[in-house]
Design a protein around this ligand. Sequence first.
Ligand code: IMP
Length: 196
Amino acid sequence: MLLKNRKLVVATNNKHKLREIEEILNGFEIIPAKEVLKEFNPEENGRSFCENAFIKAKALKEHTEFPVLADDSGLEVFALGGEPGVFSSRYSEDGSDEANLKKLLLNLKGINNRKARFVCCMVLVFGDRVIKKEGFVYGSITEKPRGKSGFGYDPVFVPDGYDKTFAEMGEKEKNSISHRRRALELIKGELEAIYG
Ligand code: IMP
């Protein structure tokens, strides 16, 4: 299936994500969700990252003729049975980054196995086709937060092969190995095949 224009609606208004998506999917015209739908806030009640990404993509696809790309991501800590997982952004009661981090470190107190991974699922919906791609970055959780850049769980996550947390790296270095980057690279391959 060859499509003529390279417009792609993305189911996010998050500036960081839009920048990262635009940088990787260069050659495509990226349209943010808010240009298609003023209020875009679907309930993310899926049991997996891919289910949530699909919920977002499908909700937006009902309002546009262009292909839609949606993502969902989070942190899985193995010793905690995959927590916080799909609840990453609302792990603690108030859902702030600080409170989420605090709860995570408390739950890991005294636990030696601190292995974890960030997961990102990207879902592309065009016509009646749905393509899902997942990206992972493996690492471990520190005893204390370190670094100021990034967001979410970045201050406690050290990727394998590094000694800096994501928050001690600059945005550029983190984005070059991130779970989102890996999922996007796979989606890019699919898009090139679709658009020719
Ligand atoms: P969402 O994909 O925007 O819904 O992200 C869900 C949550 O996962 C965020 O609020 C963060 O807590 C966490 N998360 C996802 N990606 C990252 C990342 O790259 N760094 C740190 N935290 C992340």
